[in-house]
Design a protein around this ligand. Structure first.
Ligand SMILES: NC(=O)c1ccc[n+]([C@@H]2O[C@H](COP(=O)([O-])OP(=O)(O)OC[C@H]3O[C@@H](n4cnc5c(N)ncnc54)[C@H](OP(=O)(O)O)[C@@H]3O)[C@@H](O)[C@H]2O)c1
Length: 212
């Protein structure tokens, strides 16, 4: 599958490597696609990895991954344009977080996932992976059990596609929570995980669902 990744931070790069290793093609983008460090990283990824502008990545991908810092999401989506993303599956990992005394959600009456679906009404937004750190996103391995990954979105077919992509990077237990309004739950779950990690000073955790 052709995957366009908007954003080349730790998340964009980790997912690019995961899906490249699983045999997919990736076009990853940044505000500065000519940067030397990005080029050096791309050289290690092999021929199925390309670097591009946000517009080129958006045009390339059958599936688009939004791995942009929240402060830049709206402007990047404006730059790529709704039409380039029309009907496409958009994997949204955004967390709108304010770091004051303790981290808190920056959006009060709406989640980031819902906002992105509103900005891209003709696209099929699926929220997932936002509640784990970038180092845990690919081939998660825990001695205590099998971690669970949740997803949500309005389009059933898009969620099947994303579920397959999650399986490809090692998420065996994937649970569909329903429509995009459930992204509020996933963003709160991220905050729960983050605050718990900060209080325990232990990082890299994930959730598991224990069943009898
Ligand atoms: N880091 C994690 O462990 C983690 C875990 C779960 C979810 N998330 C979420 O995943 C997303 C990506 O996380 P990240 O840590 O990889 O983010 P990041 O390193 O802060 O940024 C990722 C990308 O966002 C672009 N960007 C930043 N500010 C921008 C702006 N004002 N306008 C346009 N582009 C901008 C950067 O462009 P340049 O390349 O040009 O700098 C970079 O490519 C975020 O929404 C984050 O909340 C992160």
């Amino acid at each position: 599958m052709k995957i366009g990744i908007l954003g080349a931070g730790s998340v964009g790069k980790a997912l690019a490597k995961g899906w490249l290793d699983a045999g997919h093609s990736v076009k990853i983008s940044s505000r500065d696609p000519m940067s030397e460090s990005l080029f050096t990283w791309k050289e290690q990824m092999g021929p199925d990895c390309q670097i591009a502008t946000f517009e080129e990545s958006a045009a390339f991908g059958e599936v688009i991954v939004l791995a942009i810092n929240w402060s830049g999401v709206e402007s990047v989506l404006k730059q790529t344009g709704q039409q380039a993303l029309q009907h496409k599956v958009i994997i949204d990992l955004s967390n709108a977080v304010e770091f004051s005394e303790t981290p808190q959600l920056a959006l009060k009456n709406i989640s980031a996932g819902e906002m992105i679906q509103q900005w891209l009404p003709e696209s099929r937004v699926v929220k997932t992976l936002n509640m784990v750190g970038s180092a845990t996103m690919v081939n998660p391995s825990f001695s205590q059990g099998t971690p669970v990954m949740f997803l949500c979105g309005n389009d059933a077919e898009a969620k099947v596609t994303v579920q397959e992509l999650l399986h490809a990077i090692g998420w065996r237990d994937v649970i569909d929570l329903g429509d995009i309004t459930r992204s509020a739950l996933l963003e709160s779950l991220m905050l729960t995980c983050l605050i718990s990690e900060i209080r325990q000073q232990e990082f890299g955790s994930a959730f598991a669902l224990l069943r009898k």
